[in-house]
Design a protein around this ligand. Structure first.
Ligand SMILES: [Mg+2]
Length: 329
C-alpha cells in the first residue's frame, strides 16, 4: 500500500503551480474556464500532437520531477519540429499517485517553466487527477505552420538525400546505463548518455526551417530504422543508409569501439532527432542552416525505389538490426 502524501487539492494545485504557467496567453483565461480559445496567426495552420509519458515505460519512477516535466513537454515539441511547426501552447493532464507529494508537483512545474522560456510555448489548460496506478504526464501540444506547408511523412522521392540532425543512439545507451547494464564507459560519457535519455533536445530551431527544403520529415522516437521505415511506408519509397555515415556522439562512439552492437543503436528509440528526405538542391542551404544554428545535419543515405530501409555496412552489405524499432507495447 502506498502512503498518502500531503498535498493541496486539485484546484489549489492548479492555482498555485499551473495558472502562473498560462499567464502569457490570454486565450488560456488564467486556467479558470473549462476550455481555452486559440486563434492561429493570419496565414497559418494549427498543428496538433499528443504524447503521454508513463512512469516505468518512458521514464523511471525515481527520475527528478523537473526532468520528467521537460521530457513530457519535449517529446511533443519534437513532434511539432518534425512537422515544421513553431510551438505555441500545450494542454497538460497529470495523473498523480497518492504518494506523490506537493514538493514533487512544485519541482515538476518549475521544469515546465524553464522549458516554456526556452521554447516559447505556454500552458493553455489541462487536468490534474489522482490515480491508484502509475504517474502519467499527458501533453497535447499546438504549433503553427504557414498555411498548407506542414511537413509530413509523405513526400520523399527516389533520388532525395536522407538526413538526420544531431547524433544517434545516445538515449538507448543512456537507458542501459541507468538500468545498470554495465557499459564500460567513462563517467563523463555515462553522464552525457543519461542526460540525453532523460532530457531530449527537440530540434525546434531546425524543424520550421526545413519547410520548403525537406520533402518529408519525421522525429526519431521509435529508432532510426523504424522511423525511416515510416517515411518509406507512407511515401512509398525505400531508403538506403550507410552505417559509417550515421553520426555518433563521442560517448556512443566509445561504446561501439568497446563492441556495442551498432544494429541495436540504429533500432533503439528516444533520440528525438529529426530524420528527413530532401532533394540534392537543398544540400547547400541545409549545410548553411547547420552552420547558423550549430546543430549538426548529416547526410546518411539516399531515397531509392522500394518500400523498406536498408542499413549498409562498409562494403555495401546489409547489416542485421536487432529489431524493427522500439514499440512501447
Ligand atoms: Mg513522432
Amino acid at each position: 500500500m502506498s502512503r498518502k502524501a500531503k498535498r493541496s487539492g486539485e484546484f489549489e494545485l492548479i492555482a498555485k503551480y499551473f495558472a502562473p504557467l498560462a499567464k502569457s496567453e490570454p486565450g488560456a483565461l488564467g486556467l479558470k474556464d473549462d476550455a481555452a480559445c486559440l486563434k492561429p496567426r493570419p496565414g497559418h495552420d494549427l498543428v496538433l500532437t499528443a504524447d503521454a509519458i508513463v512512469a516505468g515505460v518512458h521514464f523511471l519512477p525515481g527520475d527528478p520531477p523537473d526532468m520528467v516535466a521537460k521530457k513530457a513537454l519535449r517529446v511533443n515539441l519534437s513532434d511539432l519540429a518534425a512537422k515544421g511547426a513553431v510551438p505555441r501552447g500545450y494542454l497538460l493532464t497529470l495523473t498523480l499517485p497518492c504518494d506523490v507529494d506537493e514538493a514533487w508537483v512544485a519541482a515538476f512545474a518549475k521544469g515546465l517553466k524553464a522549458d516554456q522560456a526556452i521554447f516559447g510555448i505556454t500552458l493553455l489548460g489541462g487536468d490534474t487527477t489522482t490515480t491508484p496506478g502509475v504517474m502519467t504526464a499527458n501533453i497535447t501540444a499546438v504549433g503553427e505552420v504557414p498555411h498548407g506547408k506542414m511537413l509530413m511523412r509523405r513526400g520523399a522521392q527516389a533520388g532525395d538525400d536522407a538526413w538526420v540532425t544531431g547524433t544517434i543512439g545516445d538515449a538507448v545507451l543512456g537507458l542501459k546505463v541507468l538500468k545498470g547494464d554495465g557499459l564500460d564507459l567513462s563517467k563523463t560519457h555515462r553522464q552525457s548518455l543519461i542526460a540525453r535519455y532523460r532530457v531530449p533536445e527537440p530540434r525546434s530551431a531546425i524543424g520550421p526551417r526545413l519547410v520548403g527544403l525537406a520533402h518529408a520529415c519525421i522525429d526519431i522516437s521509435d529508432g532510426l530504422i523504424a522511423d525511416l521505415g515510416h517515411i518509406c511506408e507512407v511515401s512509398k519509397v525505400g531508403i538506403e543508409i550507410a552505417v559509417r555515415d550515421v553520426p555518433l556522439s563521442p560517448a556512443v562512439a566509445a561504446a561501439v569501439e568497446r563492441g556495442f552492437d551498432i544494429g541495436e543503436l540504429l533500432s533503439g528509440g528516444d533520440d528525438y532527432e529529426l530524420a528527413f528526405a530532401a532533394p540534392a538542391s537543398a544540400r547547400r542551404p541545409l549545410l548553411a542552416l547547420a552552420a547558423e544554428t550549430g546543430v549538426a545535419l548529416t547526410r546518411i543515405g539516399r531515397v531509392v525505389k522500394g518500400r523498406s530501409v536498408s542499413a549498409l555496412a562498409a562494403r555495401g552489405k546489409p547489416i542485421r538490426t536487432a529489431r524493427a524499432g522500439y514499440t512501447h507495447f
